[in-house]
Design a protein around this ligand. Sequence first.
Ligand SMILES: NC(=O)C1=CN([C@@H]2O[C@H](COP(=O)(O)OP(=O)(O)OC[C@H]3O[C@@H](n4cnc5c(N)ncnc54)[C@H](OP(=O)(O)O)[C@@H]3O)[C@@H](O)[C@H]2O)C=CC1
Length: 432
Amino acid sequence: MTITESQIGLVQASAPVLKDKGTDITNHFYKNLLSSNPQLKSIFNLTNQRSGQQPFALASVLLEYALHITNPSVLAGPVENINHKHASLGVTPAQYDVVGAQLLASLEAVLGSDVFNQEMRTAWAEAYGILAHMMIDNEKVRYTGAQREKWLKSDASTEKEDSSYSPYFRTCKVVDKVQEADDVVSLRFWPEGYEGDTLPKYQAGQYIGVRVWVEEEGQWQIRQYTLSDEPESAIKKGYRITPKNIGMVSGIMHRLEKSDKVGLSFPQGLFTFIESPSTRLSADATKAPLVFISAGIGLTPLLSIMLDLLHEDGRDTKRALSWIHSTRSVSLYAFKAQIDELVAQYPQLRSRTFNTGVKKDEKKGVDYDFESRVKLDVLAPSEDLHLDDERTLYYISGPISFMNDVGKALRQSGVPANRMKAEVFGVGDVTF
Ligand SMILES: NC(=O)C1=CN([C@@H]2O[C@H](COP(=O)(O)OP(=O)(O)OC[C@H]3O[C@@H](n4cnc5c(N)ncnc54)[C@H](OP(=O)(O)O)[C@@H]3O)[C@@H](O)[C@H]2O)C=CC1
């Protein structure tokens, strides 16, 4: 697949019109794609379609691609993130052809054949082909390897008998259900075919795709949920997710009971903790402090990472950890009792709670620390935020506006963006 200089010029020249009409193009694209290929509805989040979030996200990607076509490595980070999401949805190479054909048709329909003429069409077809090949190659890696292949190879009986069969999703049974807080449950799953075995190990902070039948839509839908437990224990007890009851699919998850079945894809995701040599001095020296800042149910990946570190480091009291959480009342704070226990157990761990909806029976100094949204200036710069240690890493998770606000406040306190890590769950963007 090659693209000529003049074709690159044509794609770049489309950037202003994509900026202007990007959402019209992608709205047209999704409407037509899904009406002529209804089987694709299962991999697109119908709620994001209706809110317009998905079309907007695609328009932004197209614009970025047009702007950076001569140096697509700029897009490597976002593309890798999309590859992980695609693998958790079970996206196939053939689907790229269907999407490409509809994209060209929508560009022509919205821009008109005067603007989107034959020459422009060929240029975009080449450009799309390069991007699609790059994505397909990256996604192939995410489907290969002994553990992944075993997961993907559901047994033949399931395939024949069960209309829910999908080669990318293994049928898993609910083996445990725990109410963690108001509107928050944890569900643990064990896959068919893994009896007497342990599950494939994942990296703390990763998520899993869950595929369920949505009766009112007459559709399969897939959602990603963070694996909320630490991997070492989850591979023996079952993968655990902790959904909040805030949407169509989460509602279904909350109604699941023990022995109910869903499809789970293989764990994916890049929001993980990897200690880089620059944050470690030597084996004996103090390790880089870690500050976790979460809001609401956004705490799940951070909990998994922290539990994993405590498991790994054991009682190594050298790594300072800070757990800063914002909740809309203590009764909505999932895993609070576990955090309190960890604080009592590990002297190097400090926890601070911001409560924005204090209830009558919730006591300051006992149940929570501050009656406001997260504000850095009320926290101890050294003990809570470790601002004085230039190796400190900050992991932030919650609503997008929260991550943006916290990231900006940290920047103002002198923390460079490369020491902060945040993940957008769903559609959107964060800028620090
Ligand atoms: N990154 C990830 O891996 C994951 C992310 N999530 C995301 O986490 C989010 C959590 O949602 P939910 O539990 O409903 O959260 P809530 O709406 O219940 O909010 C939780 C807390 O965050 C505060 N808050 C919200 N927005 C801001 C802001 N802009 N600045 C400062 N504080 C803010 C709230 O304050 P107030 O009451 O004043 O609004 C509240 O105290 C979801 O958007 C979900 O997508 C979930 C799971 C994993």
